[in-house]
Design a protein around this ligand. Sequence first.
Ligand code: ADP
Ligand code: ADP
Length: 230
Amino acid sequence: DNMIVATNVDKIYPNGCHALKKVSATVKRGEVVVIIGPSGSGKSTFLRTLNQLEVINSGDIMIDGMDMYARGSNINALRENVGMVFQSFNLFPHKTVKGNVMLAPLTVTKRDAKEVEQHAKDLIYRVGLAEKMDVYPSHLSGGQQQRVAIARALAMKPDVMLFDEPTSALDPEMVGEVLDVMKALAADGMTMVVVTHEMGFAREVADRVLFMEDGELLVSDTPENVFDTT
Ligand code: ADP
Ligand code: ADP
């Protein structure tokens, strides 16, 4: 049962940079896929095409059985189904932790405010920040802010979560707390695509590792085969 099917995806930026060259990859429901490769190899671009932050030049992307590029497809619905966490947390500074997590579901879904609030509280509890519910982001560490960003992405009840170097902007002592939240999410069966330099996470948590170089997907294999051979 495939959650993501990318077929022959090509991305050429307006400046001519050919960032993705016929990239084909599938991600099964519940699978955790980690993308590795040198800087500039297209990892971030590929992730961003999966929720149409970048529009592709050719190829096809299906998410949960829906064609992202079919005429008349509901891009907003598709996007809501794909949560994304970035290197920078970008929380709203004038909203509390709970306010940040509730904002998107309150504004773009028809869910009842009470239900949205309860769900937000549950998510904040899950990322270990129950005692920070009503605190503003400036009073949180980087690791705590990134955990809020994860809760905020989960608030839309996505079926897929994308992570673009989620720990790269953090002080080293805060990396573990964010990876632990991601591990728990993976153990819960969330479908995840993660760009990271944390090879320990890739080894321990990934079902499959993709290796990209110069816009091409060169390897798709188990962590054992990727890391333990050669
Ligand atoms: P990675 O995530 O592996 O570091 P990126 O996807 O960020 O790689 O970048 C892939 C290539 O696309 C690089 O050569 C980069 O300079 C280029 N690139 C990324 N974003 C843009 C952009 N907005 N405009 C033009 N070129 C870009
Ligand atoms: P990363 O490798 O983590 O993706 P980069 O430093 O490559 O980060 O890119 C940071 C930002 O700059 C991204 O938004 C990317 O799209 C943009 N960018 C990267 N390369 C170029 C480029 N050659 N021209 C324009 N924008 C770019």
